[in-house]
Design a protein around this ligand. Sequence first.
Ligand code: DO4
Ligand code: MG
Length: 290
Amino acid sequence: LNDYSNPVVAAVTDDNKIYPLPMNDFMDIIYEAKHAGLTPVNYINELITGKESLQKDLSELNLLVPIVAPEVWASGVTYEKSREARNYETTDKKNDGETCYDKVYNAERPEIFLKSTSTRTVGPNEPVYLRSDSNWQIPEPELGLVITKEGQIVGYTIGNDMSCRDIEGENPLYLPQAKIWKNSCSIGPAIRLSETVANPYNFQITCRIYRNDQLVVEESANTRQLKRKYDELVSFLIRDNKVFDGTVLLTGTSIVPPNNFTLQDEDRIEIEIPEIGVLSNPVKSLVQKT
Ligand code: DO4
Ligand code: MG
């Protein structure tokens, strides 16, 4: 978060109290806790015991990206809903009826792709952009895993894997262009420490899209519908790879707006996971208005 002069990391407790912490990077909590021989939660409890909480509500604060993730990776076709949506948009239908999406949904090896880097990733309330060469763009609301370079899942966040369905559907080899451009990924608003989550396969994800302040899309899904395990996705990401502390791995989408829907300039996207918060981003078109 940012008090307009000095960005700080803060802990939010279950009773919604906010405690600024003496570090300015989320991963420092993980490193310092390990050094102290404590779990991150116990370490934070030691830091905040006897301290005054901030006399403010979370909604009054200017929240920044909760972690400057050097890289954001993403998993694809990990939910049946995503497989159906990819099959709907693809023009690359095979004679035997099996698409590459059917194959990857059932294969041992999952689809994992590089989604974003720190300079392309935005946080809460920052605009996500629309590509100028696509007419079919949607948010993909996803649970994000915050991992160490060894692949340990230390936290959960929310991610938006902005996607161009027409570019992706034209040819699977266009995936990087369908997925990566300026401000095409947002994460936040917070990181839920993994040790505080009893069952990470029971996160309810809700996406709302507003146009002229009217709700035009609202859909929900649950991570229990995920075809894969988180550790399985992480193990494929880190295999023979160079992965950095604070990498975020998005776990795929099970929310797809209606097929006739495309995002427009000035829409607003909200993605909510109650245990984590609401990630809200305005949408901006990269096409100049005349
Ligand atoms: O296969 C394309 C990517 C699919 C994706 O991003 C998802 O399932 O979330
Ligand atoms: Mg996705």
